[in-house]
Design a protein around this ligand. Sequence first.
Ligand code: GLN
Length: 445
Amino acid sequence: IFDRIEETDGEIGSFVSLRKEKAIEEAKAVDYKIQNGETVGALAGIPVAIKDNMVSIGEPSQSASKILEGYEGIYDATVVKKLKDADAIIIGKTNMDEFAMGSTTTTSAYEKTTKNPWDLDRVPGGSSGGGATSVASNQCYISLGSDTGGSIRQPASFCGVVGLKPTYGRISRYGLMAFASSLDQIGPFAKTVKDVALALNTLAGVDDYDSTVEEVEVPNYLDYLTGDIKGMKIGVPKEYFIEGLNPGVKKVVDEALETFKSLGAEIVEISLPHTKYAAPTYYVLAPAEASSNLARFDGVRYGHRTKNASNIDELYTKSRSEGFGDEVKRRIMIGTYVLSAGFFDAYFKKAQKVRRLIKNDFDKAFEKVDIIFTPVTPGPAFRLDAKKTPVELYLEDIFTIPANLAGIPGISIPAGMTEGLPVGIQLLGKAFGEKDILKAGDAFE
Ligand code: GLN
C-alpha cells in the first residue's frame, strides 16, 4: 500500500501525513494474531485513511489549516479508537478544504493540490477530497470523511466511489474538529456498498464522549444486502430535477431509475416543496455554528501564534488573521453577522424555522416511500481552474444539503459516466434507515 501511495500520490495528492512505520508495526501485530489463531476484529489488516480533521494521539491533526500548524492530537477520536479496536490499519491523514469549508479541496493550507484521478485537471470535490481520491486511486480500501453539507457524497460522486453520510447521531463526533456541530457527521468512503456497510458496522453506536449519538441498536448492515428490492418504494422528488441539471448527469440518473424499476422497485413521484430554501438556510446556519466553534482558535491554546503582537488583543487578531484562510474568514464574518443582536431574528432564527420545514417535508415523504432517489450534484467534476465565485460554489450543494438539515442518511453511489467523468446517484433514507439505502445501493451496483 505504501509503495502504491509513493508511486501515485505525487500526482494525486490525497495524503497530508502518513504513519508508515506505526502502520507496518500494527499490521505485523495483527498478522501475528492471525497466525496464532487468535480472534481478530472485523477490519483486520485493512488499510484505512482518515480526514485531517479527526484527531489521533501524537499525530498531525490540522484540519488543513495554518492555524493548527504543528498541532498533534492529544487523544484518539472515537472513530480512530473504533478502527484500531477492529484491527484496521490507519495509514495516514487525507487532504481537505480548510476546516471542511468547501467543495473542491482547494482551500487547504497544505501546499498540495488534490486532483481528480479521472482527470488531473479537475477537482476531486470536497471538502473530503483526499478521502475520495485515496479510495478511487487504490491507495487504501476505506477512508473516513466528514459531511456537513455534502462533503462525503459530492467528492464520492466526482471520484466514482461510494460515500455514506450516516444519520446525525449514528457515529460519534468525539475528536472530529467541529465545523457546524448540528450538521456534521463522519462517514466512510469505499469502492463498494458492501465495504461501506462493513465500515459502518464498526463505526456506529453510542459513545460516552458524545451525547448526541442516539441509543439505537447497530444492526449487522451486511445482513440487509440481499439484492432483493422488489416492491421497495422509491420516491423521486420533482424539485431535484431542475433546469440547471447537466444533460450528461440527467442521462445517468434517468438510466439509474430504469435500473431500479427493472429490479422491481416501485417509483413514486414525491414533492419536497422547501428544497429551494435548503442552500440559503444552510449558508446561514453552518457559518453561524462555525463562527462559534472556531472562537477557540485564539493563538493561545493551539497551533499558530503571531510573532508580532504587543498586547493580548493583537495576539488574538493577528494570530487569527494570519492563521485562517479566506473562505474560513468569510464564514466567520457571515456567522457573526447572522448571530448579531440586530439580525438574529431575521436570519438565524428564521433559518432554524425553515430547517424544521425542510425536515417536515422529508417526514411527510417517508410516510409514502421507503427511500428517496436524487442526483448528487448538478454537474460532474469541474476544472481546477474554473474560478467559481463563492456563491456559485455554494449552489453546487443544493442536492446534498437537505439531508444534513434534516439529519437523515444519504449515500452516493457511482452510476455511470459523462464526458469521461464519473457520476453518482444519491439515495436518502429515514433517520437510522441506513439499512434501506445500503440495501438498495447494493442491489443497484
Ligand atoms: N460545501 C459545503 C460547505 O462548503 C459542505 C462542506 C461539508 O460538508 N463539510 O460548507
